[in-house]
Structure formats: structure tokens, C-alpha cells
Design a protein around this ligand. Structure first.
Ligand code: BES
Ligand code: MN
Ligand code: MN
Length: 459
């Protein structure tokens, strides 16, 4: 084992404690009462960047949460430049009563650390900070040029990072982006993710009368916003699981027979998948497998719905308002803005008489597919083999990382998605966890990646 790798073993206990300190900061980007906590997380990272030996360390202010940057650029002009990206913001921890231990008190059970952000993305992003430290402390150098950017707004759609990319193309110029913010295919099955879905997120609000009404006095004569909303939602999908919005599939790239054959080869256990979710059956678009439906096909889901009486017992009320949050996962080459417009036009056309319907969009992001045939991908696969002792699988995933599309569009570079999480990590949910063994191996894989990349012929 080389010096950086043994350094990682020797110092792992401290690496774990540092991660726990970061996990104790409730850096919830969507909640304004946590604005100071998000900044504290940025400042914590700035200090760790400095200890690791990074240079040009800067906290860039934005209209929202800050961006933390550092680099080490002395490997030589003949060596590639890697831009490491990650996010230190987290999703809200609610509902708190469903956590076995408090979300911002990291607790180890069964080899996993439980805390909000453990897997998404503090634990995964921090692997690279420690890999950089391991190189600089043992060798005084890294075999390739490294830039690292950690943002505090991924969970709200990276609204300020996109303009930051556009105005800092020289600062961020690189040959490839390295990101650990995805999942392995299964425990002990390392994987490189080469496709992510995009997102268009909508809100529908339905208004009936100017106030709640007695459903006996007015029912039958006055439009009911909940009934109207239910009718609209029921018309967004067909019985065979397709999205019923006209034009929705126009830009969808069909899977090729080769891609479908690759999907079929993945070691997917559908029975175990259903059992883990407590389901008797899975469901979705007809004609596609479960894995295809969850990663390579677009879909539409209601994420929240409200209106009317929800308290104890019965209340005979005809509500004045109802609403829903509805998101669509997108695949290449669907464009979130086009889909947003198609959704608005369709929902407005479905509005029943007697109510008014308003639709607006929230944040979103484009889908992404990255190239497989460049030196960075090869180096990433070798690094996984070095540390996990097996070749990684190449998979597509259903989640979204909005900035990946912008890296391609603005900087012209592909992203290598080297995930160390698991789908069972409960990200965004109560009892989020991250395997400490994968945290350890993640640091080693990142360190090995820098070495393997330096050995690759340029191209
Ligand atoms: N890290 C996730 C995305 C992810 C998770 C990709 C697992 C692949 C596997 C990221 O932090 C995330 O949650 N993204 C959001 C989008 C964002 C705009 C809120 C998502 O996918 O819902
Ligand atoms: Mn994430
Ligand atoms: Mn997330």
C-alpha cells in the first residue's frame, strides 16, 4: 500500500470525528432559520481545506448560501485538472419523531452513522477532502491538479451555482468533474453512475368560492376545488402508466436494444426490492423493467396535496382551496423548461368549470448522460478495483443533480459520478445513514483515483 493509502488507515478515526462534527451542523438550505448554520458548515469546510493543504481557499458569497472553493494546481500542465464537486447543505430532518436518534447527533449503529446528511452529501463529499489531505500530508503533492467546490444550495436546485459557473469559467476550468453524491448498485457492488434524471417541479392551486361553505347548503351547486384537483391529477397519467401530457415524450431518447441488454444483465433482485419496501407489487409504465422505469424513463409523481378538513371526526365543509405539488423526472433529451410549459398548458386545459386553477414552477434541472470513453472514467473504474477488489458496474440512476448538466453546458466537461452511498441510506428521510466502511473506502478510492488518473495517457 502506498503512503496516502496507509495514512488514510492510520488517521481514519480522526476523519470519522471530523465528519461527525460536520454532521452536527444543521445546514438545512431551504429553512431561513438555518441560514447561520449553513454558513457555519461552509466555514468548517474552509478550515479543513486549509489543514489539508489546499490553496486559494475562498468562501464565495452568493445571493443565497456560500460556495467554498480551494485548489492545488502544481501537478504540471501535462497533468489533467479535476474539479471535485459536492454539497454541504441538507434536506430538512422533519418528521423528527420518526428518527430513532436525533438527526443532528451522529450516532453509530451496526457500522453505519445515522444523521441527516450522512450519505447526502456530507459524508460522501468529505471523502475527497480527506483524500486530498492524505496526498498533501504524505507526498507534499497530488499526482493531478485538483480544484474543489462545495456548495450550500444543491437541495434547493443550485439556483446560484449555475450563474457562478457562468461568471467563473476560468476559475473552474477543468478536464472533468468528480462527484460523490449517488448510490452504489447494492452493498459491496461498486458502481459508476453515467446517467441522472432531470426534474421539473410544479405547484397547482385550485380556488373555488371566496370562503369555506356548508356542504349541505351549497354542495351540488358550487365547484369543489378538491374534486376538481383530483380530476386534474387523474388525467395526468394513463392506465398503462404513461404521462398523459401532450408532447411529454417528444424529446425522449428511447433506450437502444444494446442499452436494454445491459440493463437486463444487472444483478437486480426484484423480490428483495419489493420485500425491502414492504410491497406486494411494483408498478409503472408498461413495457419497461423496474430498473428502466426508475432510471431511464421519465415519470410524474404527486409529492404533496392539501385541502379541506383533516382533523378528528367529520366536518361537512365545501372547501375554498386545494393544492398539490407535482414533480416530473426527466430523461435525455427532455428540457425542464419545455416540460414546464407543456404541463401548465395541459393542466389549464383540464380546469373544470366553477373553479380557477393556477400553476407555477419551482426549481428543476436537466437530465444528464456522461461519456464512458475518456481517461477519467477508466481511472475511476481502476480506483474502484484497487480499493473494492472488483470492477464497478456502470449504471443510470433516477435521482437528479442539477449542476451536472450545467458543467457540461458551461464548462464543456463530463462528470464522473463515483457514488459511495446506498439506495437504502434513507436520504431525505428519517434515519438517514452512511456506512462507515464505505466512508473509509470512499476516501481510499478518491486517493487511488488521483493516482490512476495521472497514469492515464492524456485525451
Ligand atoms: N444526491 C441527490 C441525488 C441522487 C441521489 C442521485 C441518489 C442519485 C442517487 C441530490 O442531493 C438530490 O437529492 N437531488 C434532488 C434534486 C434537487 C433539485 C432537490 C432530487 O433528486 O430530488
Ligand atoms: Mn446529494
Ligand atoms: Mn439530496
Amino acid at each position: 500500500m502506498n503512503a496516502p493509502q496507509s495514512y488514510i488507515d492510520t488517521h481514519f478515526e480522526r476523519f470519522r470525528e471530523e465528519l461527525f462534527t460536520l454532521l452536527r451542523i444543521p445546514s438545512v438550505s431551504t429553512a431561513s432559520e438555518h441560514k447561520g448554520d449553513v454558513r457555519r458548515a461552509a466555514e468548517f469546510l474552509r478550515e479543513r481545506f486549509a489543514e489539508a493543504g489546499l490553496e486559494h481557499i475562498t468562501i464565495y458569497e452568493t445571493p443565497g448560501h456560500p460556495i467554498v472553493y480551494g485548489d492545488w494546481l502544481h501537478a504540471g500542465a501535462d497533468k489533467p485538472t479535476v474539479l471535485v464537486y459536492g454539497h454541504y447543505d441538507v434536506q430538512p430532518a422533519e418528521p423528527l419523531e420518526l428518527w430513532e436518534t436525533p438527526p443532528f447527533e451522529p450516532t453509530v449503529r451496526g457500522g453505519d452513522v445515522y444523521a441527516r446528511g450522512a450519505s447526502d452529501d456530507k459524508g460522501q463529499a468529505y471523502t475527497h477532502v480527506k483524500a486530498i489531505e492524505a496526498w498533501l500530508k504524505t507526498q507534499g503533492s497530488i499526482p493531478v491538479n485538483v480544484k474543489i467546490i462545495l456548495e450550500g444550495e444543491e437541495e434547493i436546485g443550485s439556483p446560484n451555482l449555475v450563474p457562478f459557473l457562468e461568471s467563473h469559467t476560468d476559475l473552474l476550468a477543468c478536464d472533468m468533474v468528480l462527484i460523490s453524491d449517488t448510490s452504489m448498485f447494492a452493498p459491496e457492488v461498486p458502481s459508476i453512475t453515467y446517467g441522472l434524471r432531470g426534474l421539473a417541479y410544479m405547484q397547482v392551486e385550485v380556488q373555488g368560492a371566496n370562503r369555506d361553505l356548508h356542504s349541505g347548503i351549497y354542495g351540488g351547486a358550487v365547484g369543489n376545488p378538491i374534486n376538481a384537483l383530483a380530476e386534474i391529477i387523474a388525467r395526468l397519467k394513463t392506465a398503462d402508466g404513461k404521462v398523459a401530457i401532450p408532447g411529454f415524450y417528444d424529446d425522449v431518447k428511447e433506450l437502444t436494444p444494446d442499452e436494454r441488454a445491459e440493463y437486463a444483465k444487472l444483478p437486480f433482485d426484484e423480490a428483495a426490492y419489493k420485500a425491502a419496501l414492504g410491497l406486494a407489487d411494483v408498478t409503472g409504465e408498461a413495457g419497461y423493467s423496474t430498473l428502466e422505469r426508475a432510471s431511464a424513463r421519465p415519470t410524474l409523481d404527486v409529492n404533496g396535496i392539501w385541502g379541506g378538513y383533516q382533523g378528528e371526526g367529520a366536518k361537512t365543509v365545501l372547501p375554498a382551496k386545494a393544492g398539490a405539488k407535482i414533480s416530473m423526472r426527466l430523461v435525455p433529451d427532455q428540457d425542464p423548461h419545455t416540460i414546464e410549459e407543456l404541463f401548465i398548458r395541459h393542466v389549464e386545459s383540464l380546469a373544470p368549470e366553477g373553479v380557477t386553477v393556477k400553476v407555477h414552477g419551482h426549481h428543476g434541472g436537466p437530465p444528464a448522460i456522461t461519456r464512458l470513453d475518456f481517461p477519467g472514467m477508466k481511472a475511476a473504474a481502476q480506483a474502484f478495483s484497487d480499493v473494492y477488489g472488483k470492477e464497478p458496474l456502470f449504471t443510470r440512476e433516477g435521482g437528479s443533480i442539477p449542476i451536472v448538466g450545467a458543467f457540461k453546458r458551461v464548462l464543456g466537461v463530463d462528470s464522473i459520478l463515483m457514488g459511495f452511498g446506498l439506495n437504502s441510506d434513507a436520504i431525505h428521510a428519517p434515519n438517514e445513514k452512511f456506512s462507515l466502511k464505505d466512508y473509509h473506502r470512499g476516501i481510499k478510492t478518491s486517493a487511488a483515483f488521483f493516482a490512476r488518473l495521472a497514469q492515464q495517457p492524456a485525451g
